[in-house]
Ligand binder design. Structure first.
Ligand SMILES: C[S@@+](CC[C@H](N)C(=O)[O-])C[C@H]1O[C@@H](n2cnc3c(N)ncnc32)[C@H](O)[C@@H]1O
Length: 361
């Protein structure tokens, strides 16, 4: 049997390629509409309801009927929403509602927001292609919000049952009381959850983003958590600024690949760990060789995320521009270079996007 992957791209049937591009165009449109459906609450309003007219739906969601009707057109044509043309009604099938709202195990509409978030900076990215440099975080006003929703699905639901148990006896140590640091913590939702669950442990979160840290502090205050502190901190020189042996557990959740200086951060993490400490890393599942990622379920999307976010925000800080798809081989090399000797790699069933590394000094 012919393996299409071994052929040069130009030999692939051009008719099939044209059909694929047209399909991609359609599916991109569907993602834009999906992000709008998520942000306006249309999917949540439709979920579990009997068929509604566009006016009933607009009223229930508090939205303008003309926009809702046009959106419904795209959702019907895109095969997401059913319609009864004689009654003029629309219904979201339960099986679709489970994937587009918070009812099911994963709300895929959350990820659709990355398409518009990245499209928003296209002019800046095109300028960088011509002139070099990068696009700063300030050009992504919704990034921290969307990222926290993303990790709210890949990290939070699996944190206590799948992620922390990757390191043997870690849960018991957290229950007994240890010092924990989350680097590049963003809005700090993983720390907030751990601080609630393990009152005897002390938790610290560092991130560059003032807005994300302010949000995290507000949440910690509102929850009355006094075992949790957040600090705005640039981790680019963590290799020299980290306090030696200050933590028993360090975590990074998608926190390495878009750093300005990922190698210096990893060296700092190694330095900040106690001799019996653990570094738990979640980062993008990929090979470091792009030709090996043709079957990656999200590979193209993640390269788009890299060009229009992760790589460019690092370059904007004068950084390495490592990129989202730095891959397992390079991750292992960087971890070893940082001084880690015992490194185990895992994949978790709920998370097709990430690898999990358990590292000891
Ligand atoms: C992909 S986000 C992950 C956020 C969070 N861990 C989560 O899972 O939701 C990467 C984070 O790295 C932070 N970051 C980027 N460069 C940084 C730097 N030089 N120092 C500290 N944090 C940085 C960003 O502000 C962002 O919050």
């Amino acid at each position: 049997m012919c393996n299409v992957h071994s052929l040069p791209a130009t030999e692939v049937d051009s008719g099939a390629f044209e059909a694929r591009l047209i399909n991609a165009l359609n599916e991109s449109g569907l993602m834009l509409l999906t992000a709008i459906g998520h942000r306006t609450g249309l999917f949540e309003t439709l979920a579990g309801r009997p068929p509604l007219t566009s006016q009933q739906l607009a009223d229930a969601a508090g939205l303008d009927e003309r926009y809702v009707r046009e959106w419904l057109g795209g959702m019907v044509v895109g095969g997401v929403i059913d319609t009864d043309p004689s009654a003029g009604t629309y219904q979201l099938p339960d099986a679709h509602a489970d994937l587009l709202t918070d009812r099911g195990p994963a709300n895929l509409a959350i990820y659709a927001q990355f398409i518009s978030l990245l499209g928003n900076v296209e002019d800046d990215v095109v300028r960088c292609f011509r002139e070099g440099g990068g696009v700063p975080y300030s050009r992504y006003p919704r990034f921290q919000e969307v990222m926290a929703s993303d990790s709210g699905q890949t990290v939070l639901p699996a944190l206590f049952d799948a992620i922390l148990p990757l390191a043997p006896s870690l849960i018991e140590r957290l229950e007994a009381g240890i010092r924990v640091l989350d680097c590049a913590c963003g809005r700090g939702r993983a720390l907030l959850a751990m601080a609630r669950r393990f009152p005897a442990s002390r938790f610290t979160g560092y991130d560059l983003s003032e807005q994300a840290i302010a949000w995290a502090r507000d949440q910690a205050r509102a929850a009355g958590l006094d075992n949790l502190a957040f600090e705005v901190r640039d981790l680019s020189d963590f290799d020299v600024t980290a306090t030696p042996g200050a933590f028993d557990l360090v975590t990074t959740f998608d926190g390495i690949h878009d750093q300005a200086r990922p190698r210096r951060l990893l060296k700092g993490i190694h330095r900040s760990l106690a001799p019996d400490g653990v570094y738990l890393v979640q980062d993008i599942h990929a090979s470091s060789h792009h030709h090996l990622d043709r079957d990656h379920p999200l590979g193209t999307m993640l390269y788009a995320v890299s060009v229009s976010h992760c790589m460019t925000v690092s370059l904007a800080q004068g950084g390495e521009g490592l990129g989202t798809m730095w891959g397992r081989e390079r991750a292992l090399a960087y971890l070893e270079e940082a001084g880690f000797r015992d490194i185990r790699v895992h994949q978790l069933e709920h998370d097709i996007q990430n690898d999990y590394f358990v590292c000891r000094p």
